[in-house]
Design a protein around this ligand. Sequence first.
Ligand code: FE
Length: 255
Amino acid sequence: MIDIHSHILPGVDDGAQTMDDAIAMAKAAVDEGITTIIATPHHRNGKYDNPAPNVITAVQRLNEQLQQNQIPLTVLAGQEVRIHGDVLKHWEQGDILPLTGESPYILIEFPSDHVPRYANQLLFEMQLKGLTPVIAHPERNAEIIEKPDRLYELVQKGVLTQVTAASVVGRFGKNIQKFSMQLIEANWVHFIASDAHNLTSRSFQLRTAYDTIDCEFGIDAVYFFQENAEQLVNGQTVYRDEPVRIKKKKFLGLF
Ligand code: FE
């Protein structure tokens, strides 16, 4: 499995604090069946800044440690970029790192309570530059939960989304779990990823999330997400199904 969103890089944000933490997370990732993981430290979120060159150096260091410890996990570079007005300027300056360092996909985080008004325009301008924004965990955004159409209009315009594994398995509560399922069913979701920060409160849950998706939607849905992560890592175009309006269906299997 491939995990496209994680905070495994040590000492750079609120994820792994030490190299030992990072190695323990790497072992847990391998135990879940993860072979490739993208390190996506927070960038420009008001607390943490991790410009591209720093991330690349830290990823090299972590990969060396993993090799020395014979842990079969490949770490790729990335960032979780908090949306801000200068994203494109900073991308041109080389501060912003796309997922894997080379793909056109950029992981974008909204503030947790709203979607900035300028988001539509900025995400559109990114696409004009050949970039594809991937919205991190929209299922946890208060404005999107309240008004899902806010996300629908973005997905319709080619923006991709990543739902967090822990949301799918219910670690953020029943409402976020149910909303995650609705987003998946309506074809608004293109990736499932761990957003793992540690091995206690914010662990991987990727295997369990795929099991849950298998139960609820069937194995084809699991393959869809797994293949998309693969496509992304290979720098290829990800699969999209036409987004439809959210149905008010009850998920009897789970809720
Ligand atoms: Fe994250």
